[in-house]
Design a protein around this ligand. Structure first.
Ligand SMILES: Cc1cc2nc3c(=O)[nH]c(=O)nc-3n(C[C@H](O)[C@H](O)[C@H](O)COP(=O)(O)OP(=O)(O)OC[C@H]3O[C@@H](n4cnc5c(N)ncnc54)[C@H](O)[C@@H]3O)c2cc1C
Length: 532
């Protein structure tokens, strides 16, 4: 094995690319090893039917950190995000609710259901913003390594200080968000089921849980810490689909000197003593390097790529218990026409077609979806978000036609999905058709991703869209395991840089950024010691 690289990155997802970029910019010789024929991981755009392209998995952008966008100069490489006029459209059996489009519109919309809720909204929005600001600040910081001595204590104090300075009301909100269910949290603010549902949906996205499950309020917060073009909390469409983001990242990497190898699956992490030595590719080739950063999730890395004998026993036990499986089912459909909703008729493009269209009519509906999934494997009445990106981006579908992302929640990750995927895909299409009667007839083609398909295609264990549950026991310093929340693994020179680390899933670039800072800090410490 000849050593030609300072660092290898296992996986060319957006975090792997981000980490590679920062390391290369600091002068390291970096090689990214990606299993698929395309970089981007869960953030890719692919053709799924002749003439129809869509973001294959992840489909909407907000959480990508502005600092990462600026440092990688993504705008120079084609990154552009379109905001939508309204953010969401919720069809209910006999009415609808539109969310977004400015505070005045939102207040008027809520007032149709409850004047009290409309009055409560500004204070709710401000409270959530204050709490989201805490998360924004923490997102690009390395969590203190519990048990890591004085440096960790100093980091804990530094990161805890802004929280300690918050007023008591915000500290209470923070506690609520981290400990309560979405239902309990929203009950404290709103009375109307339509209004509550509009906010609670975020709590079940990528979260195999009901709105009454303790801790589900945090996932709601995780979906609002982003921003689009400087607008806090907004979500937008990346022109060209999510793959445009990762293609821009790949260009930034290449300009920084990163070597990217496609169709180069890693089989094993090579360890010599207690230090990483490189990786073994599935092709049998060994690639040597003193640093390896894994973009794959902790469950894949530590259960399949690292020999258990190279890891401490307690660590292995904890990783065995690391929870994955977001219960997500994801389809792409090619459409001959736009859905014609019974509660808001019309097939001509209107603002609600450009929004995130969310079928989750009621808090009980969302809880029932989870109960069904636990009892029968999937919900009889699924939660479905429909995004039709071709309404704002004509590069994705032939003229007159459309593509839609169907993002569906509450599907048992452990089910034998090869036996059930088509049946469930039909159920999802029927569910949309109940609200938009022309939908089934408009589907020209469909691409199905059950939880098992997500695992096979993207290496997401249990189909987990976040590389692991976003529950309190798996966040911040405890992501993935207490003592290793700082991107460092138990093996010298082996780091984690993917969504299975702080601040978790979503297209943020934060784990990649932070892991690179940890690696560079360790290198500079080593070189300082060496110079002495
Ligand atoms: C269906 C779905 C919908 C989502 N929707 C959104 C959304 O709309 N907005 C949002 O912000 N987030 C969304 N997410 C979450 C977000 O996309 C992910 O959290 C994020 O993209 C993960 O990025 P990552 O770089 O950490 O890991 P990944 O993207 O998972 O990258 C890991 C990389 O490792 C590669 N790999 C796997 N095994 C090997 C191997 N053996 N050797 C080499 N390489 C390997 C994979 O191919 C992949 O490229 C969604 C995710 C999914 C799956």
């Amino acid at each position: 094995m000849t050593r030609r690289y300072d660092a290898l990155i296992i996986g060319g997802g957006h975090n792997g690319l981000t980490c590679a970029f920062y390391l290369a910019r600091a002068g390291l010789k970096v090689r990214v090893l990606e299993r698929r024929h395309v970089v981007g991981g869960a953030a890719v755009t692919e053709e799924f039917h002749p003439g129809f392209r869509n973001s294959t998995a992840s489909y909407t952008v907000s959480l990508l950190r502005p600092q990462v966008i600026a440092d990688m100069r993504l705008a120079d490489h084609g990154y552009r995000v379109i905001e939508r006029t309204i953010s969401n459209f919720f069809p209910f059996p006999d009415t609808y609710l539109k969310l977004g489009g400015g505070t005045d519109r939102t207040l008027a919309e809520f007032a149709r259901f409850s004047k009290k809720d409309a009055a409560a909204y500004p204070a709710y929005d401000a409270a959530l913003e204050r709490v989201a600001d805490v998360l924004r600040d923490l997102s690009l910081q390395i969590p203190p390594n519990v048990g890591g001595g004085l440096t960790a204590l100093a980091a804990a104090a530094r990161q805890g200080w802004p929280i300690a300075k918050l007023d008591i009301a915000t500290q209470r909100d923070l506690l609520d968000i981290f400990t309560k269910s979405a239902r309990e949290f929203l009950d404290g603010w709103f009375e109307d089921d339509h209004v509550q549902s509009a906010f609670a949906f975020d709590a079940v996205v990528g979260n195999y849980a009901g709105v009454s499950t303790p801790g589900s309020a945090y996932v709601l917060l995780h979906h609002v810490f982003g921003e689009v073009n400087g607008k806090k909390g907004a979500w937008g469409h990346a022109v060209g689909g999510m793959g445009a983001i990762t293609q821009a990242m790949a260009r930034a990497c290449e300009l920084a000197g990163v070597e990217i190898s496609l169709e180069a699956p890693v089989a094993k992490v090579l360890v010599d003593g207690n230090k990483v030595a490189g990786v073994l590719l599935e092709s049998g080739e060994e690639v040597a390097a003193p640093l390896v950063a894994a973009n794959v999730g902790p469950a894949l890395l530590y259960r399949q790529m690292v020999e258990a004998s190279d890891l401490p026993e307690d660590f292995n036990r904890r990783i065995k218990g690391f929870k994955t499986g977001s219960g997500t089912f994801r389809m792409n459909v090619a459409l001959s026409e736009l859905p014609d909703f019974a509660v808001l008729p019309g097939k001509e493009k209107a603002e609600h077609h450009t929004a995130g269209i969310i079928i989750a009519p009621g808090m009980d509906y969302m809880d029932q979806a989870f109960i069904d999934a636990q009892q029968h494997g999937w919900s009889k009445k699924p939660i479905v978000e429909i995004k039709i990106p071709s309404t704002v981006d004509d590069s994705l579908a032939p003229p007159g036609c459309h593509v839609a992302s169907l993002f569906c929640q509450q599907f048992d990750p452990a089910l034998d999905w090869d036996a059930h995927r088509e049946e469930v895909a039909d159920l999802i299409i029927d569910t949309v058709t109940e609200h938009a009667p022309n939908f089934r007839g408009s589907v020209i083609a469909r691409q199905i991703h059950s939880p098992l398909d997500l695992e096979r295609k993207f290496g997401l264990i249990g189909g987990d869209i976040f590389h692991g549950h976003m529950s309190l026991d798996q966040l911040w310093s405890a992501r993935p395991v207490l003592g290793h929340g700082d991107y460092r693994s138990p093996i010298g020179g082996l780091y984690m840089c993917g969504s299975g680390t702080h601040p978790g899933g979503g297209v943020t670039g934060a784990p990649g950024h932070n892991a690179a800072q940890a690696i560079l800090a360790d290198r500079s410490l080593v070189s300082r010691l060496f110079r002495r």
